[in-house]
Design a binder for this molecule. Structure first.
Ligand code: SF4
Ligand code: SF4
Length: 121
């Protein structure tokens, strides 16, 4: 794992910190404070259907999914995620699209350098 030095805190560049839904846990406040291990290791997040689906299918994220168009996936577009998206202005569709475009390594690097947990709407 490479550490990206910042003025205030370190944001790790680590593709294992990319959440199954495309968020970047490495830049999340809870992760940086040691309160959350990140989506991949967070076994407490058993409520999350996106996480469960990706684990069952052995995907690193929904970017690996060939089954469903993202917009048509009811698990990805569940009511809770829509509320989160409104509150945090997160665009997980754009996150997944970016992962598909540049790959996991570059995506982790971009998000860490820009200190972004999500691509904003
Ligand atoms: S919504 Fe689900 S997949 Fe996304 S970060 Fe949270 S637990 Fe992980
Ligand atoms: S897009 Fe939907 S079906 Fe595909 S991995 Fe994500 S949650 Fe599962």
């Amino acid at each position: 794992m490479t550490i990206q030095k910042t003025e205030t805190k370190e944001i790790p560049i680590d593709k294992s910190l990319i959440a199954y839904c495309g968020l970047y846990c490495g830049a999340c406040r809870a992760y940086r404070k040691g309160k959350c291990p990140g989506c991949q290791k967070n076994t407490k997040a058993s409520w999350c259907k996106v996480r469960l689906c990706c684990i069952e299918n052995n995907y690193l994220s929904c970017a690996d999914c060939a089954k469903t168009e993202l917009k048509a996936c009811k698990k990805f577009n569940n009511p809770v995620s829509k509320i989160f998206a409104l509150v945090f202005r997160s665009d997980r569709n754009a996150c997944i699209a970016r992962i598909k475009e540049v790959g996991y390594e570059v995506y982790a690097e971009e998000m860490a350098k820009n200190k972004m947990q999500t691509i904003k709407k």
